[in-house]
Write a protein that binds this ligand. Structure first.
Ligand SMILES: *Cc1c(COP(=O)(O)O)cnc(C)c1O
Length: 394
């Protein structure tokens, strides 16, 4: 009999009822050190007092009015995001997938309004993940995500990651946008080198193509900059944000320059819930903390500490681990053993990590994880690796 919850996930036999900082707690009191942070969502850990206060205060005041009226919190959050980024304007969504939908619509509308209605193609890359909507799966294009769900939304051109010749050959007057994650998340924590992001920017400028960055996973302080593309010193035309921006409250956003957004006039897009007072109250509290340069300095310091310890761990377990890669507190360990075995062995040590493609183990701790928790996490991972290599893993 089908379970009452549609069984689209292979869930671990873990069930948490409470969270505090980087720890999750089960009914029986067992504590797990959480290096997944709800897939980069709990950017400030669980039950952060400032976020709890922001949500509770708003919950006692006003939950929802719709976008038929001005929402003061929404305006304040849009102001904060534009002040701290390349963007001139923001549309709020409830998820990363919805941000992808708007990014695709916005890019196509831009060229339509500029008198180039045939300019609809969007170039994406292998290993990409842009969400599970019809546009999101068509954008990623992998067999795993698209099989059985056709007909797919047309207009996506899929190129192999890192193939410059294929990219140059794909540029023509039908290309509306290039869509890319500055650090691929689901794909296995694969950073796009800075010079490649710069190259994409130049290519887009040369051909009047919009550069759309998916920073749903790598944005909001995750890499040690507020947004990952800042490392490369270039800016996109459109950017998708979600996950960390809500700190656990469902919230996403599309940020854009005035020019890129110029086709999105009244009536061209909407959302019942997007930018609702509850979500924006929490988003504002997150932004206040994460956009502080001193906070980002700490993210970078902690990232250095974690990375150094992980390099040692990889060297100590050459039969289990291959290498560390990633940026800031978005780190991947490429495994030699099965990454799923390492994740399971982590569970036995009460440590939560997340598998990703390319046999990688993903570490996406809360950005405010303590030094002690970093040390504790690495020693639990050390024990997990020992169990995997000796074949005694659960
Ligand atoms: C998670 C993710 C999405 C989809 O976001 P949802 O909130 O799950 O809809 C899109 N792009 C990237 C890079 C992601 O990591």
């Amino acid at each position: 009999m089908i379970p009452s919850v549609l069984p689209t996930y292979n869930r671990a036999p873990l069930s948490f009822i409470k969270g505090a900082g980087s720890w999750l707690i089960e009914q029986d009191g067992s504590r797990y050190l959480d290096l997944g942070a709800g897939i980069a969502v709990n950017a400030l850990g669980h039950a952060h007092p400032a976020l709890v206060a922001a949500l509770c205060d708003q919950a006692q005041t006003l939950w929802h009015t719709s976008n038929l009226y001005d929402i003061p919190n929404q305006r304040a959050l849009a102001d904060a995001l534009t002040e701290h980024s390349f963007a001139d304007t923001v549309f709020f969504t409830n998820s990363g997938t919805e941000a992808c939908e708007l990014a695709v619509k916005m890019a196509r509308k831009y060229h339509f309004e500029k008198g180039q209605p045939d300019r609809v193609d969007i170039i994406t890359f292998s290993g990409a993940f842009h969400g599970r909507s019809s546009a999101g799966i068509a954008a990623a294009g992998s067999e795993k995500m698209t099989r059985g769900f056709g007909p797919l939304l047309p207009g996506f051109v899929h190129l192999p990651w890192g193939d410059h010749d294929a990219l140059n050959a794909a540029i023509n007057d039908r290309v509306a946008a290039i869509l890319v994650e500055p650090v691929q998340g689901e794909g296995g924590i694969i950073p796009l080198p800075d010079q490649c992001l710069k190259g994409l920017r130049d290519l887009c400028d040369e051909h009047g193509i919009l550069l759309v960055l998916d920073e749903v996973q790598c944005g909001v302080g995750r890499t040690g900059k507020l947004f990952a593309h800042e490392w490369a010193g270039v800016t996109p035309d459109i950017m998708m944000v979600a996950k960390g921006i809500g700190g656990g409250f469902p919230l996403g956003a599309v940020l854009a320059t005035e020019d890129a957004a110029s086709g999105m006039t009244a009536g061209t897009h909407g959302s019942t819930y997007g930018g609702n007072p509850l979500g924006c109250a929490v988003g504002l509290a997150v932004m206040k903390i994460v956009s502080d340069p001193a906070f980002l300095d700490e993210v970078n310091r902690k990232a250095g500490l974690l990375r150094q310890k992980l390099e040692g761990l990889v060297a100590a377990h050459p039969d289990v681990f291959d290498s560390v890669r990633g940026s800031g507190l978005m780190l991947g360990i490429v495994c030699k053993a099965s990454n799923l075995d390492v994740v399971a062995a982590g569970y036995a040590q009460h440590l939560l990590t997340i598998p990703a493609a390319d046999n990688a183990l993903r570490l996406l701790p809360a950005l405010n994880i303590t030094d002690e928790d970093i040390t504790e996490a690495v020693s639990r991972l050390d024990r997990a690796a020992t169990a995997v290599s000796s074949g005694t893993a659960a």
